[in-house]
Design a protein around this ligand. Structure first.
Ligand code: PLP
Length: 486
């Protein structure tokens, strides 16, 4: 099974020729799109990408997305569609679900969500359907919501709006779909957030249990976008059980580490959670998309994702999910996942040995959260200075961030993408050296009022040029889609 990018291409010349033909077709219709797409490859090839949520999908995954499955409507479920002629969509959706079940050891898998946010919304409404709507229908003696009287329907709608969700706060590393008020999840539920221990910055399971006992959520959400540590899902299950909550895990960020068997035992969410949501394009290295896994109990409600939340599934993306999940079932993917974690550790150690400060003091997953306050910078300045120096990152809040969510005090760094290119632990040490050198050579400019700016900065030419040269050396060592010439 071809997996790594360099081994995917058996006949690079003919594949390059095929791509060139496809591009000439696009060019004939809209040359600006052809040009931007070519340029995107050049830019991705030439950037040191440390964005923790990004990766590079294999050429088979990318190729699978560019097909006529995009033209087919297939609302409904496998074998039970609201459109005729869906037999081939049935096949690819079944294959994706089968791979997902086998790979993650899940009873049920749903490959239709278009993104991580779709997956979370579908999961929330499926949980509400199972826990709130079904008992209400029985109570009102109705088979479906269409049979409810106006008065019963109003009662049910009030019950939907009266449910509680407890998720990790944004500045502790949670995602905006975990109950952040500006997001729909924060509007549809009464929500509370749990943070991390102020001293250790680690998840505090005792404090969380106390909060859950007091708040008694319908749904306890575990999972993160920017927490650099593993979660003990056995403890999460205990907390959920004690307060009678549904345990939902959003493994969007670390699904690749679960798939690659780096997170096992108590660190694998699937045996413990009622519902697990994920994206397929981050550490899992598939097409952009979402997916839901669950126990048998929740399967019938999730299977009604359409019409509950979703419209027509993206057949071409479900097909690409099937290909990516097949790749993720190989021994080679397990090596990749272990390398992602090893590279993150090497990056963290390289940064710490050069006096950088890290949230929680390190990492044991695929990401590092660098606290840049000891460089006298905001996250926004650090992000921009690093970009000028050829290093692509994103600024991120740290727990109790003094600079808020816009300027921030942190920079999030992740290793899934560079590991796909073949970066090693010694390369990550070189990257740590570049990052610290750039940040040490960056100073905030002074505002007209004499205060340090939160956005503007000066980076010395020498430091920038040295970083750009070193970035190019590393990128040349590990080319992206080697041999592919458009
Ligand atoms: N859940 C988590 C934990 C995420 O980090 C993200 C994306 O960053 C999402 C959900 C949403 O994924 P998408 O951008 O595919 O909607």
């Amino acid at each position: 099974m071809p997996l790594t990018l360099r081994r995917t291409v058996s006949d690079l010349e003919s594949i390059s020729a095929a791509y060139r033909t496809l591009f000439s077709m696009i060019e004939a219709v809209e040359p600006r799109v052809a040009e931007a797409t070519r340029q995107e490859l050049t830019d991705q090839r030439n950037s040191l990408k440390l964005i923790a949520s990004e990766n590079y999908a294999s050429l088979p995954v990318l190729a699978t997305m560019g097909t006529w499955f995009s033209d087919k409507y297939a609302e409904g479920t496998i074998g039970h569609r609201f459109y005729a002629g869906c037999q081939n969509v049935d096949t690819v959706e079944s294959v994706a679900a089968e791979h997902a079940r086998e790979l993650f050891g899940a009873k049920y898998a749903y490959a239709q969500p278009h993104s991580g946010i779709d997956a979370n919304l579908t999961a929330y409404w499926a949980i509400l359907a199972h826990k709130i709507e079904s008992p209400a229908l029985a109570e009102f003696g109705a088979k479906g919501v269409a049979e409810l009287s106006e008065a019963d329907w109003e009662t049910l709608r009030r019950r939907f709006g009266d449910q509680r969700l407890l998720g990790m706060s944004l500045d502790a590393g949670g995602h905006l779909t975990h109950g952040f008020r500006p997001n729909v999840s924060g509007k549809m539920f009464h929500q509370r957030s749990y943070g991390t221990n102020p001293e250790t910055q680690l998840l505090d399971y005792d404090a969380l249990a106390a909060q859950a006992r007091e708040f008694r959520p319908l749904i306890l959400v575990a999972g993160y976008s920017a927490y650099p540590r593993r979660i003990n899902f056995a403890k999460m299950r205990e907390i959920a059980d004690e307060v009678g909550a549904v345990l939902m895990v959003d493994m969007a960020h670390f699904a690749g580490l679960v798939a690659g068997k780096v997170f096992t035992g108590d660190e694998d969410p699937v045996p413990f959670a009622d519902v697990v949501t994920t994206t397929t394009h981050k550490s899992l290295r598939g097409p952009r998309g979402g997916m839901i896994l669950s126990t048998e109990e929740y399967a019938p409600s999730i299977d009604r994702g359409c019409p509950l939340v979703l419209g027509g599934p993206l057949g071409h993306v479900m097909a690409a999910k099937a290909v990516a999940l097949a790749e993720a079932r190989t021994a080679e993917f397990q090596t990749y996942a272990q390398n992602v974690a090893d590279n993150a550790k090497a990056l963290a150690e390289g940064l710490l040995s050069r006096d950088a400060q890290l949230v929680t003091g390190g990492t044991d997953n695929h990401l590092v959260l660098l606290d840049v306050r000891n460089f006298g910078l905001t996250g926004r300045q650090a992000e921009a200075a690093l970009l000028d120096a050829g290093i692509v990152t994103n600024r991120n809040a740290v727990p109790n961030d003094p600079n808020g969510a816009w300027y921030t005090t942190g920079v999030r760094l992740g290793t899934p993408a560079l590991t796909t290119r073949g970066f090693t632990t010694s390369d990550m040490d070189a990257v740590a050296d570049m990052i610290v050198s750039v940040l040490k050579s960056t100073t905030p400019t002074t505002t007209s009022a004499g205060a340090p700016s939160k956005a503007k900065f000066d980076l010395t030419d020498d430091a920038r040029d040295a970083s750009l040269t070193e970035a190019q050396r590393l990128l040349d060592l590990h080319p992206l889609y080697p041999g592919l010439e458009l």
